[in-house]
Design a protein around this ligand. Sequence first.
Ligand code: IPD
Ligand code: CA
Ligand code: CA
Length: 265
Amino acid sequence: MLRSALLNVMVAAARKAARNLKRDFGEVEHLQVSLKGPANFVSAADRKAEETLRFELEKARPGYGFLGEEGGLQRGSDETHTWIVDPLDGTTNFLHGIPQFAISIALEREGTIVAGVIYNPVSEELFVAERGKGAFLNDQRIRVAGRRRLADAVIGCGLPHLGRGDLAVFRKEFAMVQDKVAGLRRLGAASLDLAWVAAGRYDAFWERDLSPWDMAAGILMVREAGGYVGDCDGGDAMLSRKSIVCGNETMHRELLGLLQAAGRG
Ligand code: IPD
Ligand code: CA
Ligand code: CA
């Protein structure tokens, strides 16, 4: 696969930040037993990763805006381009020594996401997509799964965190979906959940209360892998409504139908 200059910039930045994250992940295990625990250490690792990404992306594309989970929105002189970055998606996993976390970088151009990179530093799985050019995992083209029956489907989801999101809504949706599908999973890093839909591992995925940096790269990844993406209300305002449902055309429609039925029940 011949990568564009833009994707090369994004991949190089992700790999650079990943080196430190991977080393820090190795340290977390030792810190588990210390009195203070690893939480402070992890938030420092998270901030450091965002700084590296911002520095590298700014160096390659001066003037672009930057929306990062840690530092919020920093406008650039070029108002048409904004990076949307989660330096560490799957923090709880990272903190617990679970190797399911990623760096997620998207580029928005005039309101449209045009490129996305999602990288798991431990598995070294690199997902990339560019608008109109397909989605790739470690340079191999990926496509969403072809299953058409919910009864055969493995579906990913997100659980509301302690003190966040609406547990009652989630429980209704969960019960509705669980009744109909082969399996449900909750792996804890939304960017990778979306990349896994793109790679055909999950047949579909839904989650509420997500932020733009959790989803931006993944939305493009799923679309470029031939999938359908929308919000949980049947529209396509994922970033502003903070929710997402995706899969192949049939799975997207079926899962959305179940979520809407749960809302009426
Ligand atoms: C979280 C993960 C998780 C999702 C949460 C996100 P973070 O991101 O993507 O899977 O359920 O809603 O906040 O905090 O680990 O970057
Ligand atoms: Ca996140
Ligand atoms: Ca994060």
